[in-house]
Design a protein around this ligand. Structure first.
Ligand code: GRF
Length: 202
């Protein structure tokens, strides 16, 4: 069985992208990053991809007449690189019907909170502001909703009295870098079964 070809979509720093590239390069997962895409030309994620010798592509959504038009161009790009699994890693846009229909149950995301708590932007800050004692991160399948798809893996992180929003975010990020490659590895080995909202490990 060949390696699962990943298309990673990232808008910013790209530390999750890095953890995926590192796991792939170390042979820890049967997957390879085929292309990295960003909607933001300044994203450091693109730089990380180039450094690793991986195609790094940018499209400016503002140059398209509609979201569908932009996604069609993105889909073409993903297909050109033989992408099988789309991984959102700090991608600041909602993925729409064009991409979701083209990759049924093959679009995943990492969210920095224990879903369904604190979906949307700044999950770490939301959890911190709320005053929870535990937070964490979630890898999930992507559907049309905002962080609403079936949950693949979660990691729990304690919140300490002397934490700040930043120290909590750093503790969560450390776990993100573990569970995202782990989830990709499970999909690459065909070891996940989806039954309604529930995801089982085979
Ligand atoms: C992460 O916290 C991720 O969970 C969220 O955006 C952040 C991206 O970080 N979706 P990075 O760009 O991977 O460093």
């Amino acid at each position: 069985m060949g390696k699962l070809r990943l298309g990673v979509l990232a808008s910013g720093w790209g530390s999750n992208l890095q953890s995926i590239m590192d796991a792939a390069a170390a042979g820890k997962i049967k997957a390879e990053v085929a292309v990295v895409f960003s909607d933001n030309n300044d994203a450091f994620a693109l730089e990380r991809a180039r450094k690793a010798g991986i195609p790094a592509r940018h499209l400016n959504p503002r140059n398209f007449g509609s979201k569908d038009e932009c996604e069609k161009a993105l889909l073409k790009l993903l297909n050109e690189h033989g992408v099988q699994l789309v991984c959102l890693a700090g991608y600041m846009r909602m993925v729409g019907k064009v991409i979701l229909d083209a990759f049924p149950n093959m679009v995943i995301n990492i969210h920095p909170a224990l879903l369904p708590a604190f979906p949307g932007l700044c999950g770490q800050q939301q959890a911190w502001d709320y005053g929870v004692k535990f937070s964490g991160c979630t890898v999930h399948f992507v559907d049309e909703g905002m962080d609403t798809g079936p949950i693949i893996i979660q990691a729990v992180v304690p919140v300490y009295d002397d934490d700040t929003a930043d120290s909590l975010a750093a503790r969560i990020l450390e776990q993100e870098h573990k569970i995202y490659p782990e989830a990709i590895g499970l999909i690459a080995e065909g070891r996940l079964k989806l039954n309604g909202r529930k995801v089982f490990r085979l």
